[in-house]
Ligand binder design. Sequence first.
Ligand code: UGA
Length: 441
Amino acid sequence: MKITMVGTGYVGLVTGTCLADMGNDVICLDKDEEKLKNLEKGIMPIYERGLRDLAERNIREKRLMFTTDTKKAIQSSDVIFICVGTPPKKDGSVDLNYVFSVAKSIGKYMNNYKIVVDKSTVPVGTAEKVEKIIKEELKKRNKETEFDVVSNPEFLREGAAIKDFQNPDRVVVGTKTKDEKSIKIMERLYRSTTRVGRPIIFTDRKSAELIKYASNAMLAARISFINQLSHLCDKIGADIKEVSKGMGLDSRIGSRFLQAGAGFGGSCFPKDVSGLLMTLKNNKCPSSIFSAIINANEEQKLFVAEKVESLLHGLNGKTIAVWGLSFKPRTDDIRESPSLTIVKMFLEKGAKLRLFDPEAMDNFKKVFPESDNIYYGKKPYDAVENADILIILTEWDEFREPDFGLIKKKMKSPRIFDGRNIYNPEEIKEEGFEYEGVGRR
Ligand code: UGA
């Protein structure tokens, strides 16, 4: 099948590469010429496990191409995926300008039947608006070309995006009517998914759009739920890991997304919960659960920062080593990362910071440049030099089994605050450290 991906961000690039790997001819369209030139050479704009190898292979075999030529990209494809950004506005609502501008271009250049697939995360009702914009553009050209707009939300986790695409829990496709030819084409497109036994669900467009927001909000709610319980565990001396394990063994609850920590981040959960909250408010529906998810997450970041402050009896003049800056492991993405809020608070209170992350330091330096108070280590052990405390904010694998003897030797005082609960408290204490986790000691 001939496919165009509009937008070579996270979703567009991963989806386009995976679709090319399934044998489709994929053109990735973007405005950024330099980015595309780099991509042609195999230089990826993001770090995602396995992406470079897969992209390189498909570029070499000429199934994955890149262009800035909108007309050519639109006219030469059967299916056009909209994968552009939908950033949050100041009030928490979603900025749809990029999506609408793609819809305009499609209407401007469309020459025969196309399926327009909305993969960007968009508020309920957007597919209808996209359809309207395309129709208006066609009308301006006096064209009556047939097309279908479908909603096909993505459920890719950063760091596991390729695996999630190739072996998803489900694929959701929302169509306007039940007998559209788009259903057949989308079924064909995802044949490799159904072949490995993963389900594809066809529904109406609004439900598909809502499934995406509701899924992210539910996962975020679980995290905020367990994070708030961690405060109680701290007070009464219970262990949140045990609580989470015991809860998760109930098959109605399940164990995933019940890990207490420094709060959730990323470009999706914070933005999507806020987006859903706005939609509920705009429709005059009760929405207290959704504001509580957001508030609890903000409180969690403060809770972590305040806990470190109390462990050190004040932050002024203290040296804090931080391991992990990305919003989660296996990504260089720092968008909405709890580390941003926590580091800012430490600096405001007069602490000196020694930071390390395997992938995200370049991005973090753009927000917090190196200075007298901020040092970036080349290795995790550089960061702990002379530190009053080591705190873990992201659970990268390489932090799990470090050389505690060396850490202890380098630190001013052997103290660890484990903001992701990756260590066994008993073992760390045996190594001679003072240890605190989130909701456990
Ligand atoms: C999330 C969803 O998991 C994907 O299904 C969805 O497609 C994606 O958003 C999106 O909308 O594009 P992602 O943001 O990449 O994926 O990351 P997650 O693995 O979901 O983690 C989000 C945050 O929750 C991270 O900061 C992580 O540290 C935190 N988290 C996760 C916890 O604090 N505890 C947990 O138990 C799990």
